[in-house]
Design a binder for this molecule. Structure first.
Ligand SMILES: [Zn+2]
Length: 491
């Protein structure tokens, strides 16, 4: 899927200023909800009407100017005498109308006679959301200077607040676990530290050149933890598995999944810099272990997993040390500077018999593996899954206070509790449907699939049969269903 075009603006107070305006995204937003970023958003259809390519004013420029105005009230438009419009009730009224979509930006500029100029924005390059999420953006970043007399203010809605900060201040709050930053914000603030905002285009260039050469951007969702989404050919609709690197020494590589050498190369380009000390496995599924042996050999490090995972991988991957529920793995000196940090092991059987999740209490991070996905519901396969155990494990995870949940498939979420509750509720709905279908008389798994998943394509039905099978086994173990000669009925 092609990433959606978007723009984002780093606005500074004066050309030599090292303070930038940051905004907090509402926790209700689907994309990067609850995180801090720069003002910006996706290109609207109307933005093209105002673009003047011959004057260097692209659709992305227009989008950047409009989003900056909607989100902060800062308006980079010129009055007939060339000056910027001062704050006024009229300006507020237009901003309100844009936000409630009762006017489009081109109509506002037509009504006022104000003009846009490409020279008000300096392009700094594009960053594209890596393929961990179905919602992806190709964002053009710009720098700009706050027009004299104007102020940046956030009206609560899609954003919850806005403020001026230096790169050091914003990164320090992030390291102290006082805020969550989006990964592009981390990358940009890191190259800006101690320098004026206007230097962004030149400071960002080395990173952009690396990306042009096909390298993965560094995805920092938390200090001391890198996410590396790689194509591991999982079950549909999943393609990518999020490999993680966590720790400040020792460093752990979690679930190196890809089997394709080209994807393994992307992993090594990042992991080589961080020199992992051990490999951790959440469970034994193929899309989580494809690069385990090559990584263990490349770095000369042991592989750690649950004993049951080791049994299932016998002859395929050697597990050097067993992990148990409650084990603590030292991660070194914490990025927050207050002593050491550690990773707690949580035994969460169900999706797989030896499934482990990991919890980092200082930052309240839950590395959930395949316990939940933010892409779709997860498969519990009748051969190695157990729905009763799975539901009990989900309930257990709810007890961990979580600011950020990172699943192995899909983007991280700040709404851990809701995701866990929804996953449990989804299973309850499917069980209710199964009981209703069985109430109408005994049926085979194929017949039940036809009833519960009517109209779905065959690719989905294959997975649905497994889900129904595990649901029936749960009912059987609970004494609520009986299996007889390939047919199932209520007890
Ligand atoms: Zn799995």
């Amino acid at each position: 899927m092609t990433p959606t075009p978007a723009s984002s603006v780093l606005v500074a107070r004066g050309t030599g200023s090292d303070e930038v305006f940051l905004v907090a995204r509402s926790p209700a937003l689907r994309f990067m909800g609850g995180m801090i970023a720069f003002p910006g958003g996706k290109v609207h259809e109307d933005d093209e009407a105002l673009s003047r390519p011959s004057q260097g004013l692209t659709t992305r420029h227009v989008c950047a100017i409009r989003e900056l105005f909607e989100e902060t009230g800062v308006l980079l438009a010129h009055q007939p005498d060339g000056s910027f419009p001062p704050p006024s009730a009229e300006l507020d009224r237009f901003r309100r109308m844009l936000l409630d979509e009762s006017i489009v930006f081109s109509a506002m500029l037509e009504a006022t006679g104000w003009r846009l100029q490409a020279s008000d924005l300096a392009p700094a390059g594009h960053l594209v959301t890596p393929p961990f999420a179905p919602m992806r953006f190709d964002t053009a970043f710009f720098t700009a200077t706050l027009p004299p007399g104007q102020q940046a203010t956030v009206w609560e809605g899609e954003l919850t607040r806005g403020w001026w900060a230096t790169a050091e201040q914003a990164l320090s709050h992030w390291k102290q676990s006082e805020s969550l930053l989006t990964p592009p914000t981390v990358s940009i603030l890191t190259v800006l530290q101690g320098r004026p905002i206007a230097e962004l285009p030149q400071r960002l260039r080395p990173l952009l050149e690396q990306l042009d050469q096909g390298r993965m951007p560094p995805i920092w969702f938390n200090p001391g933890m890198l996410m590396i989404p790689l194509d591991c050919q999982g079950l549909p609709p999943t393609t990518h598995t999020n490999t993680l690197l966590i720790g400040t020494g020792p460093v752990y590589l979690i679930d190196p999944g890809p089997t394709a050498p080209s994807e393994q190369q992307k992993l090594f380009e990042i992991a080589d810099e961080h020199k992992p000390d051990a490999i951790l496995l959440s469970h034994q599924h193929p899309d989580h272990i494809g690069a385990v042996n090559v990584s263990a050999e490349r770095y000369g490090v042991p592989v750690l997993a649950h004993r049951k995972t080791a049994e299932l991988l016998a002859g395929q991957v050697r597990i050097d040390r067993f992990l148990e529920d409650g084990d603590r793995l030292d991660l070194g000196l914490a990025p927050h500077g207050r002593g050491r940090w550690a990773l707690e092991v949580i035994f969460t059987p169900g999706h797989a018999p030896g499934h482990l999740a990991f919890y980092q209490p200082d930052y309240q991070l839950l590395l959930a593996g395949d316990m939940v996905s933010t892409l779709s519901s997860l498969i519990i396969h009748p051969d190695d899954g157990d729905l009763i155990d799975y539901l009990a494990s989900l309930e257990r995870l709810k007890a961990y206070p979580t600011r950020l949940l990172l699943p192995a498939h899909g983007g991280p979420t700040t709404k851990a509790r809701a995701v866990l509750d929804d996953t449990i509720a989804h299973r309850a709905t499917r069980e209710k449907q199964l009981l209703e279908a069985l109430a109408g008389g005994e049926k085979s798994i194929d017949e039940l699939t036809q009833v519960l998943y009517r109209g779905y394509p065959e690719s989905v039905l294959r997975l649905a049969r497994w889900q129904i099978h595990t649901g029936l086994v749960k009912l059987q173990r609970e004494g609520r269903a009986i299996h007889n000669g390939g047919r199932w009925c209520l007890r």
